[in-house]
Write a new protein. Sequence first.
Length: 390
Amino acid sequence: MSSSPIDIVEAVTPQQRDEFIFFQWVPYKGNPYWVPPLISERRVFLEKSKHPFHQHSDVALFLAKRDGQTVGTIAAIVNNRHNETHGENIGFFGLFECVENYAVAERLLAKACDWVKARGKSAIRGPASYSVNEEFGLLVDSFDKPPCILMPYNPPYYKDFVERFGFVKAMDLLQLFIDVGKLGDAETAMDPRLVRLTKKIQQRKKITMRPADLKRFNEEIQIMKSLYAQAWEKNWGNVPMTEAEIDYLSHNLRQFVDPDLILIAEADGVPVGLALCLPDMNTPLRRADPRPGVPEWWTLFKLFYHWKVRKEIDTMRVVLLGVLEDYRKQGIEAMLYMEVARRALPKGIHKAEGGWILEINDLMLNGAQSIGCEVFKRYRVYEMPLSPSP
């Protein structure tokens, strides 16, 4: 690595944002586990006029340059909705990528800290791209496994660089592995008394489960939004999405959604629980191998081929699974797990990744582990105080 000085440049033009995007292919060259993104999706994600996060919060993108070459990237973020929701005064960093050279990481992290500090924030947390509602946390183990849809991936040395700079753990997020075949017959592995109690509660409270109706997509989105806002409102770091953010996310995911993998639990016809699962589109996307210089129509053709023709997706991600507080500890979570498994198996989906789940969420972790789920990945959110300006 050259000893030339490292310059930090804000990425403000479309060309600079493309440099920001294209750099990802540098640190992951030859890595068989990284899933490259669609360039068109990343362009929309970084364009302030197109991503609704920018309607309420501030983001600055920075490039690290050495000898005219990009050697790293980072985003500095002030998430106003997070601070309003949690009564905090912090900033975030995200979209952090760099070559294996600590001097580059140090300059990038220092720039993010300075940018956040200049806006009066007392601490910085991350990585978050841009918020808890998107990719969140740094992978700190299981680097030999590819990420599931909407989950981050990074080289092992990022953890060392971030900790060397002075960041410490704020929270760990756990990813579960689920053998869907075992889950589909989970009743045989569960305590028979719990099974009987669950069935009695289901009958007494008239608990039913139904798949999402894509013909009423907008109405279903509102139901899921309401359940999410109530069931997850007390989670650490949770920030309710705006209507525009929900529209943005649902628009991006609608073409990949399988309604059989989205279940709504109802008690006497009133929605009380949600299981939102997505086919792991990262599998065909990794096969399609998007990269700079390759026409995206060709990438999309390969994506469709591996997805619909070769039918290579055998994994789903359990993005959300939760129940309103008044209906917890009654077996409804287990019902959702089992029902979604029964619907997934005929589709050739026999593996699932669940979460992430907060390491402090004992209720959800104990329930998941009781039906055979195992923790197999760990993501870490870091934070660091920022000293006041002199």
